[in-house]
Design a protein around this ligand. Structure first.
Ligand code: NAD
Ligand code: UDP
Length: 320
């Protein structure tokens, strides 16, 4: 890798930069020689995730809520600010909608003024409880617009629409990535998502909580693969805007995931079956044909390898 003074250094704004994915992105872009401004209100993110970056003079941390405008001169914006786990985004659904919608408007306004490229962290949740499997970008989704997940799903769908409208009306340079379930170190131990829940429960010898009968499926992507996909997308010519799926097509039932986590941790935890939350999608798997073609990207980290790394992280975090 070339040192920072040999490449054109960009000033990059990352909203939600103190969160799980955002903190890895801050680290990676600093390593690539850029200047990073991390904006976060610490709703689900934490300073612990980025404390190791604070000594770097090219890193700035700003406590700020994206529902209000933010002014800075930047070249690129990665808009990640939004709680991502169902427990967190349902905690205050109104705020989740405001964050997605007003956050998008504020970042698009900033991009319009500065001519920055702006990337929206969208989600596989725009497909809802999909009736087409695997999900290509051309699928419009099957979303309950009034259910308990709608604050997140519809907020993200509205953000995609805002991005497209700013692009069409104002020529804003946009990119939309639809991220499928992503896991790895720095997930919050209590954030309620399935990978962190199962690993923490297994390491602590507690019951593994399977919601429903465990036959629902998800496709789990290791965080490093996602970063590679997002950065490649940002580098594509302006004509390519997405939306593009970035996820690992390996599909597992939640029951299978629980069994793998038990085996990898050597845990004696038992499986318990709890009620399935409302509108929990039955299946989810990305069609990544477009990402392969336009980004030359495909995931490289198999589930067990990524889980091993995540288990090591949680062992240290929980001091086990
Ligand atoms: P996270 O909860 O760890 O990170 C979100 C960050 O945004 C946190 O640091 C939080 O404090 C911050 N934030 C929330 N509301 C804010 C506001 N109003 N103003 C400023 N900052 C705010 O979640 P994550 O998994 O790192 O997700 C990051 C982004 O990726 C989110 O937009 C999420 O919707 C998207 N995404 C994640 C996944 C996944 O599986 N992790 C899947 C699809 C999409
Ligand atoms: N899930 C589970 N036990 C848990 C947490 C989640 O069985 O302790 C299930 C959840 O019902 C869903 C899947 O795992 O079917 C993925 O849940 P997560 O919250 O990680 O993400 P999302 O539903 O948004 O894909």
């Amino acid at each position: 890798m070339r040192p920072y003074f040999m490449i054109r250094m960009k000033r990059i704004l990352i909203t939600g930069g103190a969160g799980f994915i955002g903190s890895h992105l801050c680290e990676r872009l600093l390593r690539e020689g850029h200047e990073v401004i991390c904006v976060d209100n610490f709703f689900t993110g934490s300073k612990e995730n980025i404390v190791h970056l604070m000594e770097n003079p090219f890193f700035e941390l700003v406590r700020h809520d994206v529902v209000t405008p933010f002014l800075a001169e930047v070249d690129e914006i990665y808009n990640l600010a939004c709680p991502a786990s169902p427990v967190h985004y349902q905690y205050n659904g109104i705020k989740t909608i405001k964050t997605s919608v007003m956050g998008a408007i504020n970042m698009l306004g900033l991009a319009k003024r500065t001519h920055a490229k702006v990337l929206q962290a969208s989600t596989s949740e725009v497909y809802g409880d999909p009736r087409i499997h695997p999900q290509p970008e051309s699928y419009w989704g099957y979303v309950n617009p009034t259910g308990i997940r709608s604050c997140y799903d519809e907020g993200k769908r509205c953000a995609e629409s805002l991005f497209m409208n700013y692009h069409r009306q104002n020529d804003v340079r946009i990119k939309i990535v639809r991220i499928f379930n992503t896991y790895g170190p720095r997930m919050h131990p209590n954030d309620g998502r399935v990978v962190s829940n199962f690993i923490v429960q297994a390491l602590q010898g507690k019951d593994i909580t399977i919601y429903g009968d465990g036959s629902q499926t998800r496709s789990f992507q290791y965080v490093d693969d996602l970063l590679e996909g997002m950065i490649r997308l940002m580098k594509t010519p302006d004509a390519f805007i997405g939306p593009v799926n970035v996820g690992n097509p390996g599909e597992f039932t939640i029951q299978q995931l629980a069994e793998i986590v038990i085996r990898l941790t050597g845990s004696k935890s038992k499986l318990v079956y709890l009620p399935l939350p409302q509108d929990d999608p039955v299946q989810r798997k990305p069609d990544i044909t477009l990402a392969e073609k336009e980004l030359g990207w495909r995931p490289t980290v198999p589930l067990e390898e990524g889980l091993q790394k995540t288990i090591r992280y949680f062992k240290t975090k929980l001091e086990l």
